[in-house]
Design a protein around this ligand. Structure first.
Ligand code: CTP
Length: 406
């Protein structure tokens, strides 16, 4: 649970997106947070406080004159000890209030009265014209200058029937943003390119050869790198996973397409992490038409040709600039420590992550071994996101050491 022990003040201002705030509240609780909901009068026109009270398990605060707080100072007490204040949805009017320090209801007063160390995070939600209006954009710029984090908004269909920027991010995306806000930004300003998932090598237009990689580890690393402040590009083979929020994803099928996408995007990258289970061979005599079986006929004879090694191709480019810092994966079936160390040397890369292939493919948990020039370190069994965060932190430390040396 990524928010275990965290105290979150969830503020709702007026907007149709209030219905998504109910789901968000539930998601925060599921991740272990305790949630204190504060609603503006406008928000209560869109969703009833009873719903938020039931979901958060706490009194919902609406009124700055509410006498239930023993000292009658809800605007002070609610943020003392809080880890973050998240306003979702944040209307155009509430953005205006935050930009100008207006205190005319409990939520706006509470935001102004929060201790300097309590982050204020806002998720705008409004009509596209309201969002694009220069007045709103001026206010948003002021919020950014004041260190207030803005999550979204997204583009798409709006409740009013118009289309464009202004939709509030989905609850799941806001949850990812909030969790990310608590992570150490060890890769701030860095660009990270990652391959993930299996590849698919065509036999004919409807058949092909693939493997059991689910992409879970590569996607978890993409998410962890983004949480750590990096700009992340994910080149992905076919998977059933949704793209981590804020990550740019390029979909490919074959090893050749993956190779081409990586080589086209590798320039300017600080880190390359090859997590994909890339097919070593492709079918040399793949058919343009579906192969037909003949009654009593012979089975098709497939011929194979070796695919380019993407990691080796990228590692070869680093000799010129020293970038990107290359991280490989090794899926072995036995002798992991011996084979992993040898594979790191053979691939000519500074860091290799070893795991037992059939223990990890498709699983939610894994244990990994890191190999570098000093030897190997075991990261014990954990869920893949936890391991991904540990790996990202290890990569960050090594980048820091490199910059100290150069
Ligand atoms: N890799 C790659 N391109 C390939 C094959 C592998 O980028 N065509 C990358 C994988 O993403 C992984 C690493 O190379 O990071 C190791 O892949 P692996 O298949 O374990 O190693 P091989 O070198 O293929 O050795 P072997 O199959 O003999 O174990």
């Amino acid at each position: 649970m990524d928010l275990q022990g965290k105290k979150i003040v969830l503020g709702l201002s007026g907007g149709v997106a209030c219905y998504k705030a109910a789901e968000l509240c539930r998601a925060l609780i599921k991740q272990g947070a305790s949630v204190q909901v504060v609603m503006t009068d406008a928000a209560t026109h869109f969703i009833g406080p009873v719903t938020l009270q039931a979901l958060s398990g706490n009194t919902v605060w609406l009124d700055q004159w509410d006498p239930r707080m023993p000292n009658n100072m809800a605007h002070i007490d609610l943020t003392r000890g809080a880890d973050a204040v998240l306003v979702a949805p944040c209307s155009a009017d509430f953005i205006r209030k935050l930009a100008h320090g207006v205190c005319d209801d409990l939520l706006s007063t509470l935001c102004l009265a929060r201790p300097a160390g309590v982050p204020l995070l806002v998720a705008p939600a409004m009509n596209v014209e309201m969002w694009q209006n220069p007045a709103t954009q001026r206010n948003v710029a002021t919020l950014r200058e004041d260190g207030i984090r803005i999550f979204g908004p997204a583009a798409g269909e709006q409740a009013c029937g118009e289309t464009g920027l202004g939709r509030m991010l989905e609850p799941e995306q806001l949850l990812e943003e909030l969790i990310a806000s608590f992570q150490h930004k060890i890769l701030a300003g860095k660009r990270v390119l990652i391959t993930a998932g299996p590849t698919f090598e065509a036999i004919d237009p409807v058949r092909g050869i693939t493997n059991l990689s689910s992409g879970k580890m590569g996607y978890a690393i993409a998410r962890a790198a983004r949480e750590a402040g990096a700009e992340v590009t994910l080149v992905s083979g076919p998977t059933a996973l949704s793209t981590p929020h804020g990550v740019r994803r390029i979909d490919v099928l074959s090893a050749q397409q993956m190779h081409d996408a990586v080589m086209a995007g590798v320039e300017g990258q600080h880190v390359f992490i090859a997590v994909a289970a890339v097919a070593d061979w492709r079918v040399a005599n793949a058919s343009d038409q579906k192969l037909k079986k003949q009654e009593g006929g012979a089975a098709p004879q497939l011929e194979f040709v070796q695919n380019a090694d993407i990691l080796a191709s990228v590692a070869a480019t680093t000799s010129l600039s020293g970038w990107p810092y290359c991280v490989g994966f090794a899926a072995e079936s036995e002798n992991l420590v011996e084979y992993g160390a040898a594979k790191r040397e053979r691939k000519g890369i500074p860091l290799l992550v070893g795991n037992i292939g059939h223990h990890t493919f498709g699983q939610d948990e894994n244990s990994i071994v890191l190999f570098d020039e000093h030897g190997h370190t075991v990261l014990p069994r954990a869920d893949k996101l936890t391991l991904a965060r540990q790996l990202v932190s290890e990569i960050g430390k090594r980048l820091e050491q490199r910059s100290l040396l150069t």
